[in-house]
Ligand binder design. Structure first.
Ligand code: PLP
Length: 294
């Protein structure tokens, strides 16, 4: 079982020339109170985060997560994270996680109210057990996100492509999916375009092609989806980013929700309609996703 770990980062400016940031980290007791009550992350969800899968002490695709942290920071007008500093913090957390599946979280918050700097911290903890969903699959329902496909460009302040700490809506969508007798949700724009799940990307198999909704500003570009597409392409499979109308979900040959810690969970039904599960392909996806990836 992976161990718990936490460290607070004193964030360096992005052009800081140092190469060793060990003295900017303070290792703290992961179970002890550590944040000020004036934290804007807790008061307003004003900050960004990343969740990195860790397998036996190896942080999967750490660089892709750090690049996305920097992208989210730009969208949220947060100071640019120093990527060397953050990657050294990830390495410390991964080392401490030990054997088994774990999750490293990176958090960059606006900081304390009227404070001078952002607050930043990194944690490692045992991952939730996703062996059931990976093997047996999940039922999903589509839920209207209430925004049309023009919203991301028209209203960038909605921060739709950023991984912000404001996940209350995403969690509410999962609760609604449970009320409707499903395990998870797939968001659809109000003009009927398929988007993503509240905490995962969607991959569809259409004939022999693998398709995912295009990340055109309205959804998070998933590191797991990207990695799996690279893996599939290297094996000669055809992959595509497309605009997927909700009606197309009725005719897919297979579908998965994928994310860094759950990995690939096959979808067994969409809005009550059964979807075929390719157990062998799913097992090969998870075998790849569990292998050390850089
Ligand atoms: N989309 C959303 C909204 C997410 O929250 C996540 C992950 O938490 C993903 C997609 C999948 O991203 P990744 O594969 O990088 O974990």
């Amino acid at each position: 079982m992976a161990a718990r770990f936490a460290l607070v980062i004193d964030p360096a400016a992005s052009d800081d020339p140092r190469t060793d940031f060990a003295d900017t980290f303070t290792v703290i007791d992961p179970g002890a109170p550590a944040l000020s009550v004036s934290e804007l992350s807790t008061q307003r969800g004003d900050g960004i985060f990343e969740s990195i899968g860790v397998i036996d002490g190896h942080a999967q695709e750490a660089d892709a997560h750090l690049q996305r942290l920097a992208h989210s920071a730009r969208l949220c007008d947060l100071p640019e994270p120093h990527l060397v500093q953050w990657s050294q913090a990830v390495a410390r957390a991964a080392e401490s996680a030990g054997d088994g599946e774990a999750v490293i979280k990176l958090i960059l918050s606006r900081g304390i109210e009227h404070g001078p700097t952002p607050t930043a911290w990194v944690t490692a903890a045992p991952a939730a057990d996703f062996s059931g969903p990976r093997r047996d699959g999940i039922r999903v329902v589509t839920l209207d996100r209430g925004l049309d496909s023009g919203a991301p460009a028209r209203a960038p302040w909605l921060l739709l492509g950023a991984k912000t700490l404001s996940y209350a809506v995403n969690m509410a969508a999962i609760r609604e999916a449970h009320r409707r007798g499903a395990d998870d949700a797939v968001f659809v724009s109000s003009d009927g375009i398929v988007l993503e799940a509240p905490t995962a990307s969607l991959i569809l198999k259409v004939g022999e092609r693998f398709v995912t909704p295009a990340p055109t500003g309205g959804i998070l570009h998933g590191t797991t989806q990207l990695s799996l597409f690279e893996h599939l392409e290297a094996r000669g499979a055809s992959t595509a980013y497309e605009t997927v109308p909700a009606a197309a979900l009725r005719t897919v040959d297979a579908a998965w929700l994928v994310s860094s810690v759950r990995l690939a969970a096959p979808i067994t039904s969409i809005d009550g309609l059964p979807v075929a599960v390719d157990a062998e392909l799913t097992a090969s996806f998870n075998e790849y996703l569990l292998s050390p990836r850089v």
